[in-house]
Write a protein that binds this ligand. Structure first.
Ligand SMILES: Cc1ncc(COP(=O)(O)O)c(C=O)c1O
Length: 421
C-alpha cells in the first residue's frame, strides 16, 4: 500500500479528507423570502392569534395525508397528548411503545394515566418491533405507538395485523417522515390518530408546531375540547357546552408559525428530493465499504430526517469509538444517535414518573428498574449519525466517501495504533 498523504487517514498523519465546510450543504432550515413574506402578511393583517392561516395549514395537512380532520397544535408534544386523550385511554391502561425514540412519543401519555410498556426496536426499520409487541400484550393493552424513526416507515403490515387481532389503536408519530409513504399510503395516514411535529429541525418546520390528524369526528372533537377553546363553539355535538372553558389547557399553534408551516409544506417535495438524492448517492458508496445504510425496500418511499448508518464492529478491526475518532480527524461530523433509550432514563428507573402517573388505588404501579431490551441496547450502540445534507452537493459527499474509504482501508493500522495509546 502506498502511504501518500492523501490516501493515509488523518489519524495516522495523512491529510484530512474534508476540505469543504459543512455550512452550505448542511444548512437547515431552508428559510427564504417566501417564509418572510408569509409571516409579514400575518403581521400586516393584524390577527396574530387566530389568523386564518391556521385553517390553511390544517387543510394543507389534511389534503396531503388524505385525512378527514386536522387540528394544528403549538407543538408535536401537545398533539401527542391530545392523541392519547382522544382515544380514551384510562388510568392503568397499557400502551406499547418503542424505547428508541424522542421522549415526546411516549411521556405525554403519563398525564392521562396510561402506562408505557417498552418494546424492542426492529432491526431493519428501527421502529417498534412487531414480534416483541405481540409478546407484551396483556389484558390491559389498549394501543401501540408507532414512530417511523429518522425517516424510515415502520413494519406496518405486521403492526396492522396485531392491532386488528387484539383490538388495539395505533397512534402514529410521523414527526420524522413528512413526505414518506408505505405501500403508496402517506405516513400521517396510517394511525387511528397521526401526529407530525413541525419543530424547527423537522422536514417541514414551522418553528414550533404540531398537527393532529384523524378520520373520526369523535377524536377530533376530543382534541378540540382539550386544547382549542376557540373551536369548541363550532362543534356539532353536545360538547359545544364546554365552549366557555374547554378542558383546561391551550395548545393552539401561533399563526406566525403556521404561516411558515404552510410555506415549508409546499416546499417539502423539493427539499426531500435533495436529501434523498444526496443520501442515496452516499449510501451506495458506504454500502460497498460494509456499512448498512437502511436503503428502503421497493414498497417504501423513505425520507431522511436524519441520516443514520449501522456499523457492525464485530465484523471489522475498529471499534465504533475508534471509527468515530478516525472519521472526526478526517473532518467528518459523526456521532452516536442523539436519543438516549427511554427505558434507561431516570424518570423511569428512579420511579419519578409516579409523580405524574397517578393510578387509582388497587392498580399496580409499574416498575422499570429491571426493564431490559437487549437487542435495542446493542443495536443503538451500532448506529452512527452523519449530517443529513439537505443542501446542494458541492463535492462534500465524495469527500465523506473518501474519508470512510481511507479509514476502512487502514482499519488494521488504526486499531494497532489504538492499542498503543
Ligand atoms: C419522534 C418525535 N416525536 C415527537 C416530537 C415532539 O415534537 P415537538 O418538539 O414539536 O413537541 C419530536 C421532536 O421534536 C420527535 O422527534
Amino acid at each position: 500500500m502506498t502511504h501518500d498523504k492523501t490516501s493515509l487517514p488523518a489519524i495516522l498523519g495523512g491529510t484530512p479528507a474534508l476540505s469543504i465546510g459543512h455550512e452550505r450543504s448542511n444548512k437547515w432550515p431552508d428559510l427564504t423570502h417566501d417564509d418572510e413574506e408569509a409571516v409579514l402578511q400575518v403581521m400586516r393583517d393584524g390577527n396574530i392569534s387566530t389568523h386564518n392561516v391556521i385553517r390553511e395549514l390544517e387543510k394543507s395537512y389534511a389534503d396531503f395525508t388524505g385525512r378527514s380532520y386536522a387540528l394544528a397544535h403549538n407543538n408535536g408534544t401537545s398533539a401527542l397528548l391530545a392523541a392519547f386523550h382522544s382515544i380514551g385511554l384510562q388510568p392503568g391502561d397499557e400502551v406499547l411503545v418503542p424505547s428508541a425514540t424522542f421522549w415526546a412519543s411516549v411521556l405525554p401519555m403519563l398525564w392521562v394515566g396510561a402506562v408505557p410498556v417498552f418494546c424492542e426496536s426492529d432491526k431493519e426499520r428501527l421502529g417498534i418491533d412487531p414480534v416483541d409487541v405481540e409478546k407484551k400484550i396483556t389484558a390491559k393493552t389498549r394501543a401501540i405507538v408507532v414512530v417511523h424513526l429518522w425517516g424510515l416507515p415502520s413494519k406496518m403490515t405486521e403492526l396492522f395485523t396485531i392491532a386488528e387481532r387484539y383490538n388495539l389503536k395505533i397512534i402514529e408519530d410521523a414527526s420524522h417522515v413528512h413526505g414518506a409513504s408505505w405501500r403508496g399510503r402517506p405516513c400521517g395516514s396510517l394511525g387511528d390518530i397521526s401526529v407530525f411535529s413541525l419543530q424547527g429541525d423537522k422536514l417541514a418546520p414551522a418553528g414550533e408546531g404540531g398537527i393532529f390528524l384523524c378520520n373520526k369526528y369523535e377524536y377530533y372533537e376530543k382534541a378540540v375540547c382539550l386544547g382549542d377553546i376557540t373551536r369548541v363553539i363550532e362543534l356539532e355535538t353536545p360538547s359545544r357546552r364546554f365552549a366557555a372553558t374547554s378542558f383546561g389547557i391551550k395548545t393552539r399553534i401561533a399563526p406566525l408559525s403556521a404561516a411558515i408551516g404552510c410555506n415549508q409544506l409546499r416546499r417539502l417535495k423539493e427539499h426531500n428530493e435533495t436529501r434523498n438524492k444526496n443520501l442515496t448517492y452516499l449510501s451506495k458508496k458506504l454500502e460497498k465499504l460494509g456499512f448498512h445504510t437502511f436503503l428502503p425496500p421497493d414498497h417504501i418511499q423513505r425520507v431522511y430526517f436524519e441520516y443514520l448508518i449501522r456499523y457492525d464492529e464485530t465484523k471489522h478491526p475498529l471499534s465504533i469509538e475508534m471509527l468515530t475518532a478516525a472519521l472526526t480527524k478526517e473532518g467528518c461530523q459523526v456521532a452516536a444517535p442523539r436519543y438516549p433509550l427511554l427505558h434507561q432514563q431516570p424518570i423511569f428507573t428512579e420511579g419519578v414518573f409516579k409523580s405524574v402517573l397517578r393510578l387509582p388505588p388497587g392498580e399496580q404501579v409499574p416498575s422499570y428498574e429491571d426493564v431490559s431490551l437487549p437487542f435495542t441496547e446493542a443495536a443503538n450502540k451500532s448506529l452512527l449519525k452523519l449530517p443529513s445534507f439537505p443542501g446542494p452537493d458541492n463535492g462534500i459527499l465524495d469527500q465523506y466517501a473518501h474519508a470512510f474509504e481511507k479509514v476502512m482501508n487502514y482499519s488494521n493500522e488504526i486499531a494497532e495504533r489504538g492499542k498503543d495509546t
